[in-house]
Design a protein around this ligand. Sequence first.
Ligand code: NAD
Ligand code: USQ
Length: 398
Amino acid sequence: MTSVLVLGGDGFCGWPTALHLSAKGYRVGIADNFSRRLIDEELGANSLTPIATLSERLSAWKQLGYGEIPFYEIDLAKDYAQLLEVLKEFRPDAVVHFAEQRSAPYSMTNARHKRYTVENNISATHNLLVALVELDMDTHVVHLGTVGVYGYDGSELAMPEGYLDVIIKGPDGRQYQRSILYPTQPGSIYHMTKSMDQLMFQFFAHNDRLRITDLHQGVVWGIQTDETRRHESLINRFDYDGDYGTVLNRFLLQAVMGHPLTVHGTGGQTRGFINIQDTVTCIRLAIENPPHQGDRVKIFNQVAETRRVRDLAKMVASHTGAQVAYVDNPRNEAAENELEVLNLGFSSLGLNPILLEQEEFHETLQIVERYRSRYVEATVAARSLWTRHQKPGTITKE
Ligand code: NAD
Ligand code: USQ
C-alpha cells in the first residue's frame, strides 16, 4: 500500500487531499502545526464553515469505516529533529507539501508578516529536502506551488509548464540551446517564497537525485469535495476575509450576505482557476506519475481555465442579483493582463476539469446561507496595502 504524508493536512487544500487519498486506499498521515487556525485568531477572522478540531475530524473519518490517519503535530520550519523522527516512523512513499503561509495579502501587511512568511516557507521546504537526504529516503515530494510565481506582465505567451527552451547567442557568436526554469517575477512576498522554493527543488533534484513534482496551482474555488461531504465534522474550511479569502469564494459569500462584490481596480486582472475537487484529483495523479531518480523537477500547471476578475464578478452578479463595487486596488499588480496557461501535463493524464458553470456555485451559495450567522462583516475588507505610498481604498458602486 502506498503511503503518503500530507504536510499542512489541516488546511483548505490539505484536509480534502488527505481524505481523498485515504478513500482511494492510500495509507495516509497528516502533519501540521495549526498555524492557520492561530492566524485566524490573530486576524479576528474565522472559517465561515464551523470546522471541527483535527481530532474530531479524524475520528469522524474513522467512524465512517475508513482507515486511521495518524497525526503529527510538528512545525516543519522549526522542529527539524522531530521531522526526522516522523519520517523515520511513517516511511512515506510520497510527501505532499502544503505547509506554508499561503496568503499574499497577509505576507505584505507589515515587517513581522514578511519575515514570518519567508522564514516559515523557506525553512519548511528546506528542512523537508534536507531531512530526506539525511535519511537517504527516496520519497517523492509533491509540492504545491503557484502560477503567480511568473507574475502577470500582460504577455500573450502561453505559460509553459515550468521550463523554457531558449537559444542564447554566446560572446563567441555561436548559438547555445538551454532549457531553463521559466523566469519568475513574483508579485508578493508570499509569491517570492514560492519562487525561491523552485530553486531549492532544482538543486536537490540535481544534487541529491530527489524525486520532486512542483504543481503550479491557480486560485482555488469551491469548498467541498466528495469526501468532505460525507459527514458534518469533515466539512472543509471556507475563508472569506480580506487576507485569506480567494476572489471567487469571496464574491459568492458577498453575494449572499448583501455586500457589494469587491472588484480591485478595473477587475482587468486575469488569473488561473481550479475547483477544490480537481485540486485533490491532480495531487493523486501527480503521486501516481512520479519522476524517476535523476530527472529534473517535474512541473505541472494545475489550472482548469483563466478568467478576468470583473467577468467573474459579472457572472456572480447576474446569477444572484448582487451589486458590483470597484474599489481602489490595495495591491501593486497590473491593472489589466492577458493570461493563457498550458495544462498539458494533467490533461494528458486524463484530467477533465470542472469549469465555472453556474450550477457549480449552487452548493457554495447554500453553504453560505446555512452558516450566515457566523459571518463577521468587519473581516471582509482587504486592508493589506502593498506599498508605503498607498492609502486605504474607496468604494464606487456600479
Ligand atoms: P492553508 O493555510 O489553508 O493550509 C496550510 C496548512 O499548512 C495549514 O493547516 C497550516 O497550519 C499548515 N502549516 C503552515 N506552516 C506550517 C509549518 N511550518 N509546519 C507545519 N504546518 C504548517 O492553505 P491552502 O489554501 O490549503 O494552501 C495549501 C498550499 O497550496 C499552499 O502552499 C499554497 O501556497 C498552495 N496554493 C493554494 C491555493 C489556494 O487558492 N488556496 C492556490 C495555489 C496554491
Ligand atoms: N481580488 C479582487 N477582489 C477581492 C479579492 C481579490 O479583485 O475581493 C483580485 C486580486 O487583486 C487579484 C485576484 O483577484 O488580482 C486574485 O486574488 P486572490 O486573493 O483570489 O488570489 P491570490 O492573492 O493570487 O492568492 C491565491 C492563494 C495563493 C495562491 C494563488 C494562486 O491565496 O495561495 O498561490 O491564489 S495564483 O493567483 O495563481 O498565484
